[in-house]
Design a protein around this ligand. Structure first.
Ligand SMILES: Cc1cc2nc3c(=O)[nH]c(=O)nc-3n(C[C@H](O)[C@H](O)[C@H](O)COP(=O)(O)OP(=O)(O)OC[C@H]3O[C@@H](n4cnc5c(N)ncnc54)[C@H](O)[C@@H]3O)c2cc1C
Length: 253
């Protein structure tokens, strides 16, 4: 379907796009993604996957990091232009339990966590979002996440914002005096998620991760985006992208 671009904002290598897509907005769940067919000179053949970052009544928002031709073309588009989009795709977070939730994000991986924080807060759940990056400018969506009523805590490797160190060090600190019934969700670079899964197992806290894998069809047909989960190969696009962290075979990549 065609979706009109309502608003765009560029900042550094990133862009935030708001699209008019009532059907997708109505059915989307945090953790799900859309596939966009990008047009223009040097546009890639396959659609490109992007997490749904936020939804309102008839619109959805994407956070895009420019890393190549497709994301570059998309980030350069203007209000009033249209994109060919399909979604919502994949399985989202299950929002387990009734207790509080830690959300751990790195880089553009925070995109689905804004949507998740909004949904959890709308249910009156306590939410603590831990955002990590090399430096302050890598910490994305902090203000938007704070506006959901979630607590935001940051870690940067260069110490330019929040605790100096990795976000996983911050997580270990926060897990020390957590109340019972808390669960965890993570989205970001692969090594960060593998470390979060390990920590969650150590502290016996249920955790889900939102995986990323280079995709072709995005519809579960080509089997190009397989990961090993609970001893079986599963499709990130159809069986995921959200999986129980402890079930992922992190040594298999
Ligand atoms: C489920 C899912 C959700 C995603 N959500 C977002 C998002 O919210 N915001 C965002 O900016 N990006 C997101 N991505 C990554 C995004 O799809 C890729 O960055 C984009 O497809 C790159 O296309 P390109 O044509 O610009 O670059 P390409 O030339 O295709 O790739 C450039 C570089 O990016 C790497 N890359 C390409 N595709 C992926 C991928 N799927 N995962 C990891 N690395 C990739 C390649 O290895 C290459 O090094 C998501 C990916 C998946 C699978």
């Amino acid at each position: 379907m065609q979706a009109g671009i309502i608003k765009t904002r560029r900042f550094g290598p990133y862009a935030r796009l708001v699209l008019k897509a009532p059907k997708i907005a109505r059915h989307a769940r945090p953790g799900q993604f859309v596939e966009i067919l990008i047009s223009g000179k040097a546009a890639p053949f396959w659609r490109r996957p992007f997490s749904i970052c936020r939804v309102e009544k008839t619109t959805l928002e994407l956070l895009i990091k420019v890393v190549g031709p497709g994301s570059g073309l998309l980030a350069g588009m203007r209000s009033g232009e249209c994109v060919d989009i399909i979604g919502p795709l994949g399985r989202g977070f299950t929002l387990p339990g009734r207790g509080g939730m830690f959300l751990v994000g790195g880089g553009f991986g925070v995109a689905p966590l804004l949507f998740l924080a909004e949904r959890l807060r709308a249910r009156g759940r306590q939410v603590e979002v831990l955002i990590g990056g090399r430096s302050r400018e890598d910490l994305l969506l902090r203000s938007a996440i704070k506006l959901t009523g979630a607590t935001v805590v940051c870690a940067t490797e260069d110490g330019s914002c929040g605790k100096q160190g990795k976000v996983t060090d911050l997580l270990i600190e926060r897990l020390q005096d957590r109340e019972s019934g808390w669960t965890l969700a993570a989205s970001g670079p692969y090594p960060m998620m593998a470390a979060v899964a390990h920590i969650a197992a150590q502290y016996k806290i249920y955790a889900e991760v939102c995986m990323e894998k280079v995709m072709a069809c995005g519809l579960g047909i080509c089997q190009g985006c397989m990961v090993k989960v609970a001893g079986q190969y599963q499709r990130v696009c159809k069986d995921g992208p959200v999986f129980p962290a402890q079930a992922v075979d992190w040594n298999n990549e």
